[in-house]
Design a protein around this ligand. Structure first.
Ligand SMILES: Cc1cc2nc3c(=O)[nH]c(=O)nc-3n(C[C@H](O)[C@H](O)[C@H](O)COP(=O)(O)O)c2cc1C
Length: 205
């Protein structure tokens, strides 16, 4: 079983990375493989809304998004980490999620996910809300913890002192491992993933 942890910060070894490492530590203790993906700090284009992904099966912009979707195909779970910027997740992670879920949403369904945030002071729960919405419209079980999924700090050393925040991260890892094992046992014992109906409507029809 494998979990992909996405670091949506512009800083590879910043505060978000400390939070993700703590989730990873708990996953490793439970025998779950992990891969951390730093999506970089180069400019990344937003979704072009060209809908070419419907024909091609991948995004026309061949960058970290397609790389991530390729990894997602064989992953069993996901943790998305982001710093808080002006009370929202980083534009980088939103771009990644918009394009990955639009072009490859089927590779995320029925796989557990958790969002984790890092902030100096405020905006974490608003950001948490934004990230969780990707999961809940894509049939992904949301992995919870024992308190809010965030750590505090402007620098990684400060996050290392946030004992409660790190405990919350650790418990996410434990809870995700438990859920992954339950899903695997269900699969082995003949519990299929549900069939989801799909009807699209809008306000004019
Ligand atoms: C552009 C920008 C906006 C920020 N906005 C907020 C904010 O609204 N609330 C907050 O608590 N911290 C804010 N911060 C601080 C970061 O969220 C915080 O330092 C975070 O832990 C950095 O994580 P990183 O080291 O992984 O990038 C902001 C930082 C930047 C660069």
């Amino acid at each position: 079983m494998k979990v992909i942890l996405v670091n949506g910060s512009s800083r590879k070894n910043g505060c978000t990375s400390v939070a993700l490492h703590e989730v990873e530590r708990a996953l490793h203790e439970e025998g779950i493989d992990t891969e951390t993906m730093f999506i970089g700090n180069a400019p990344m284009s937003d979704c072009l809304a060209c809908r070419k992904c419907r024909e091609l099966g991948r995004c026309v912009l061949d960058d970290a998004v397609n790389e991530f979707v390729e990894k997602a195909k064989t992953a069993d779970g996901f943790v998305f980490g982001s710093p808080v910027y002006y009370a929202h997740p980083s534009a980088r992670i939103l771009t990644l999620l918009d394009r990955a879920f639009y072009s490859g949403g089927q590779y995320f369904a029925f796989k557990p996910a958790a969002a984790v945030l890092s902030a100096r002071r405020a905006g974490t729960t608003a950001s948490f809300d934004v990230l969780n919405k990707y999961f809940t419209i894509c049939s992904m079980p949301v992995v919870s913890s024992t308190y809010w999924n965030h750590v505090y700090g402007a620098q990684p050393e400060e996050v290392a002192e946030d004992k409660e925040g790190l405990m919350t991260m650790y418990n996410i890892g434990k809870n995700m491992a438990w859920l992954l094992k339950c899903i695997a046992l269900g699969r082995e014992n003949g519990v299929p993933v549900p069939h989801n109906e799909k009807v699209l409507t809008n306000f004019t029809r």
